[in-house]
Design a protein around this ligand. Sequence first.
Ligand code: C2E
Ligand code: MG
Ligand code: MG
Ligand code: MG
Length: 281
Amino acid sequence: HAKATGGGVFSSYHPRMREGLADRLELESDLRAALENGDLRLHYQPTVDLATSQVIGFEALVRWPHPTRGMINPLDFIPIAEATGMIVPLGRWVLHEACRQAVAWAAAGDGPPPKMSVNVSVRQFDRADLSEMVTQVLTDTGMPADRLCLEMTESVLMTDTEANLEQLLRLKALGLTLAIDDFGTGYSSLAYLRRFPVDTLKIDRSFVERLGVIADDTALTDTIVRLGKSLGMATVAEGIEEFGQLAALREMGCGFAQGYYFSRPVPADEAGRLFLEGANV
Ligand code: C2E
Ligand code: MG
Ligand code: MG
Ligand code: MG
């Protein structure tokens, strides 16, 4: 319609779309302010060892309590952060805060120190200095590298493959572990899995959700667990909500799990209590 009405590029926009754009720009500047003012928060979801039922660590998940819109879901602002490049300082903040917290919990407890998993966006891999940034954070916080796990999606393996492979090798050289998040939803080939220095497969919640309900999903989950085993990788099931799913995953020999069945992601004080009281969830 833009041509017919003789208008410019924007003439085909419906007013609602303009509102959408203004909204988006406002959200963008609010996010920048939140990041600068230290208004973002981390919640922590326990990772459970299925052999012992012990909480062995946490995944850090970013939260944005917005002054007027309430809590904004990361799926609604991480894409904005990625599109604007804000993901770089935001990702650095998340890593720093998660490591600082893990070190504090380790010092406060007398059991085994917690492992900490942090999500890293594919956009952070575009930066050649990613491993320098991680090194700096480990040094600044005193976090031992072997307690840190970085989670990435399969897209990191599939895009910019050579450059990202080098980045992953540099990260591995620091002594940390690497996990593929949402495994099974992307398009990574088995050849890539062998080639990349990946330690852990996180089985996407969509498979776990239909365990025991849809035979194909049960078979796929079992296959992923076996694949992990045969490649010497750990397997973590995401999104366990029911006992039946837990039992099925144990039966398959899946090593670790997360999910509402054990605990939702919770604020630091609550996660600290879970960990320090040695909760057997
Ligand atoms: P993810 O890394 O796959 O994290 C798991 C998501 O599933 C989390 O959503 C978690 O709250 C949710 N979840 C966990 N257990 C259950 C369950 O039993 N049932 C259901 N229905 N959901 C469950 P959340 O916190 O909203 O995060 C969504 C996604 O946003 C994350 O998926 C991750 O991709 C991204 N994200 C979160 N924090 C960060 C961050 O600090 N940096 C980056 N780059 N991405 C992040
Ligand atoms: Mg994750
Ligand atoms: Mg995931
Ligand atoms: Mg997921």
